[in-house]
Design a protein around this ligand. Structure first.
Ligand code: DUC
Ligand code: ZN
Ligand code: ZN
Length: 466
């Protein structure tokens, strides 16, 4: 039996902050006991010890929105499952849920098999899948039931990207009705893509081709309208709804109103909307392309509403939408035409640190940090309490976090396979020191000790908030 004791730290979960040692046996959390207690002293014989004195002991991060190797705009997201999950480990994230893609004309099964093939034996940390549903028909609706049974319990749909991932309201309603019956959760990219495409065409015709126009055509009102419409469709279908990458104050208001009415409607935001803004999109010399993602970055004023939503539980989850494209050769595809810039930002390595900085900045409590980054995403997508907490029986996915270490975020030191950092030069306090994944040390005092293929596929249960 393998045994590790993590001693001397402050164990922080979504529920508690306790000064306790943690006993790990055979990849799982076996017990917690007060520092210096007889129980804790008794564990040490024959066990490896990790000293966490002065540090936090937190659950590994659960990032429920990543796009490794996503095909987009004629290229592919630059992180593979190997490089992306290694970077996740460096950043204290021990579970990702990535999006398998069903292309138009394909069966869901074909898309899911392709994603299993990409990820199998490649990952450094554990992973699950959502399914992107881009072709709703009788066959694929039936397939949804089977996927829920086998642990792919959530389906992303797009009100944006006509001709690629887009579904019209009728198809969305049908998928929601199916999800209402089989326990699946519809995840919605809520932007009115039909209207956006008109504005894109008009902007390009008028010579407005710079990256900042990406933000200007993807209007706040078109995110709020789509969010409202998605909520009404879910009500009609009697299904729950999870709105991904919420960026606008007006969209948060739609979610808040629905939740105040008692509807099972949930919302996620991402660090880029909390820390970056249209100021970045307007950076000169095409540098703004680094910040092109959808939904887009918003004027700085929206950030207060997002932080407030996270505090009041109108938003429940912070994930990354990690979808990196190199500035050279990939983002550059859109020089002279912002609509050709591949959409997406890197971030899987930065999320836990940025949210810790938010604790220091007074936006979140420590427990809310762990709630929105670990526990609630695990609950939302049927992984709790195996993932997202430190409790007897949980997987020993544990981070020893140094809350006082200072670091400067930079592409020169990050581990994501992308040639820029969206947070270049940002100074933050707090850093991941050591990471266990199912009891195995994958990061030991800032040295990567994990291995490709350690990460296992995790079939998921259904949403645990219903
Ligand atoms: N948004 C992005 O920024 N990238 C990939 C897909 C999406 O919806
Ligand atoms: Zn999206
Ligand atoms: Zn996404």
């Amino acid at each position: 039996m393998s045994r590790t004791v993590i001693t001397g730290g402050l164990v922080v979960t979504a529920a508690d902050e306790i000064h306790a040692d943690v006993l790990v046996e055979d990849g799982r959390v076996a017990a917690l006991a007060a520092h210096g207690s007889d129980a804790a002293a008794g564990w040490r014989a024959g066990a490896a010890t990790l000293d966490a004195t002065g540090k936090y002991v937190i659950p590994g991060g659960v990032d429920v929105h990543t796009h490794m190797e996503l095909p987009f705009g004629g290229t592919f997201a630059s992180d593979t499952f190997e490089t992306g999950t290694r970077a996740a480990a460096w950043g204290g994230t021990t579970t990702i849920v990535d999006f398998a893609v069903q292309k138009q004309g394909q069966a869901l099964r074909e898309g899911l098999d392709a994603w299993h093939a990409k990820a199998d034996a490649q990952c450094a940390v554990d992973y699950g899948f959502h399914m992107i549903l881009s072709d709703v028909n009788e066959h694929t609706l039936k397939e949804m039931d089977g996927l829920v049974e086998e642990g792919v319990t959530s389906f992303k749909m797009f009100m944006a990207y006509p001709g690629v991932f887009y579904s019209d309201d009728g198809r969305i309603l049908r998928a929601m009705q199916r999800a209402a019956g089989n326990g699946g959760l519809i995840m919605m990219h809520a932007e009115n893509g039909i209207a956006i495409d008109v504005l894109v065409e008009q902007a390009l015709q008028a010579g407005r081709t710079d990256p900042r126009h990406h933000g200007e055509v993807r209007k706040v009102l078109l995110e709020a309208e789509a969010t409202h419409r998605a909520i009404q469709l879910a009500r009609v279908a009697g299904s729950p709804l999870y709105v991904v990458h919420v960026s606008a104050e007006e969209a948060v208001a739609e979610l808040a109103q629905a939740r105040d009415a008692g509807l099972p409607v949930f919302g996620e935001t991402c660090p880029q909307y909390l820390f970056l803004s249209t100021d970045n999109l307007a950076e000169p010399d095409f540098e703004g392309a680094k910040y092109v993602c959808s939904t887009p970055l918003r004027p700085r004023e929206h950030q207060a509403a997002l932080w407030r939503g996270l505090r009041t539980d109108d938003l429940q989850v912070v994930s990354t939408d990690h979808c990196p494209f190199c500035f050279t050769d990939q983002k550059e595809l859109g020089r002279g035409d912002f609509s050709r810039i591949p959409n997406g930002l890197p971030g899987v390595e930065n999320r836990m640190d940025l949210l810790h900085q938010a604790v220091l900045d007074g936006h979140l409590t420590r427990r809310r940090w762990i709630d929105i980054a670990c526990a609630t995403p695990a609950r939302m997508f049927g992984l709790y309490p195996r993932k997202g907490t430190i409790a007897p029986g949980s997987d020993a996915d544990i981070v020893i976090y140094d809350p006082e270490a200072r670091q400067t975020l930079s592409a020169a030191t990050h581990h994501m396979n992308v040639d820029y950092s969206a947070y270049e030069g940002k100074e933050i306090t707090g850093r991941v020191e050591t990471v266990l994944s199912r009891g195995e040390t994958v990061l030991a005092g800032r040295e990567f000790t994990g291995r490709t293929g350690h990460g296992q596929y995790v079939p998921r249960g259904t949403c645990q908030f219903l």
